[in-house]
Design a protein around this ligand. Structure first.
Ligand code: COI
Length: 356
């Protein structure tokens, strides 16, 4: 830990309270790791239950070269965010949903699972211990990254004998360098992210290594990211490397249905509910790639990307543009509704925010 990042500055919140903030340039946050003060760790044996766990200083972890996670990718991650409200207090967004999703993934990957209560308590503990790293209102959020991994040694393919549940945090700003400006996607026609019966519907760490090749090629050509098609028909939309996708046509909002190869995003689910509460018709169904050609708007959703408008999509060399490089009206309306709720600027009628 450098001396600089341990220094703190204070600022005064809207309520007049003094809030301690880390001494960094809050106007300069992207989506990259800023090392913070503490992380949470607990370990248990295969078939066991995780004990209460503890906070330790943020730093490197020690793993056997033959650990299950390093050799066979027996690992899951989660992502959620904490926001600082105008009064200086901090809120989490739907942490139980991440706990439930990690439990589903743990079952698929043969790992012991923290209970929902244990997960949420550990998240709260980690955020409180790093409270000075929660950005001031409007400057970003504290990204919370829970990891569950086979940390014990194995040589043959088998579940590891020991597991680690760890949570670290980092202040973040926008995920895409475009910020809130529309991103540019290319549809991938050869490589796939997930296959039926695989692990596409859980947050397995390997799902994200699988996108790197197509993503790197797309970025080298100037695209922001890649939109994947289903691996059976090569025709139906699945998701983008790090987020779900929505298509708007004649004010009807459609998104690929969850069917085993698509990550059940918590922002995806929240946007569906928010859109319906605003009177939109929302359909979860097979969405074919041809539908992109005459869509009015396309946007992506995810914890990291929030709601990200899409400015163009390129498919088989043909580029379709949306909204004249401007944020579409539906994307903007949903972005504002969701983020106001997450940041505590509007009344949380859904009961989704959790005070620390
Ligand atoms: C998130 O949105 O939290 C994610 O998990 C995406 C991540 C791959 C950056």
């Amino acid at each position: 830990a450098s001396a600089t990042r341990r220094e703190a500055t204070s600022s005064v919140s809207a309520s007049g309270e003094t809030v301690e903030l880390a001494d960094i340039n809050w106007d300069d946050l992207g989506f990259g790791l800023v090392p913070t003060d503490y992380m949470f760790v607990t370990k248990c044996l295969k078939g066991g239950d995780f004990p209460k766990g503890e906070l330790v200083h943020f730093g490197n972890v020690e793993l056997s070269p033959s650990s299950g996670v390093l050799n066979y990718g027996q690992g899951l991650f989660e992502g959620l965010k904490a926001y600082r409200k105008q009064d200086g207090s901090v809120v989490l967004f739907r942490p139980e949903e991440n706990a439930l999703r990690m439990r589903m993934g743990a079952e698929r990957m043969c790992m012991p699972e923290p209970t929902v209560e244990q997960f949420v308590e550990a998240v709260k503990l980690t955020v409180l211990a790093n409270k000075r790293w929660v950005p001031p209102p409007g400057k970003g959020s504290l990204y919370i990254r829970p990891l569950l991994m086979g940390s014990g040694s194995v040589l043959g393919v088998a579940p590891a004998p020991e597991y680690t549940f760890l949570i670290y945090v980092s202040p973040v700003g926008n995920y895409f360098k475009e910020g809130l400006a529309p991103i540019h996607l290319i549809v991938e026609n050869e490589l796939h992210r997930a296959a039926p019966g695989g692990t596409g519907s859980v947050k397995a760490i390997g799902n994200y290594a699988a996108v790197l090749k197509a993503q790197s090629a797309a970025k080298a050509k100037g695209y922001s990211d890649v939109l994947y098609l289903d691996s059976v028909h090569k025709r139906y939309l699945e998701e983008v490397s790090s987020c779900n996708v929505f298509v708007v046509k004649d004010s009807i909002i459609s998104t690929p249905a969850i069917k085993g190869t698509i990550l059940p995003g918590i922002t995806r689910k929240s946007i569906i509910d928010v859109a319906r509460s605003l009177g939109f018709q929302v359909e979860e169904r097979l969405v074919s790639v041809e539908e992109l050609l005459d869509a009015d708007e396309v946007f992506c959703t995810g914890t990291a990307v929030v709601v990200s408008p899409v400015g163009s999509i390129t498919y088989l060399g043909k580029r379709v543009s949306y909204g004249d490089s401007k944020v579409g009206a539906v994307s903007q309306q949903l972005y504002t509704a969701l983020t106001s709720l997450q940041m505590g600027l509007s009344e949380d009628k859904m009961g989704w925010t959790v005070e620390l």
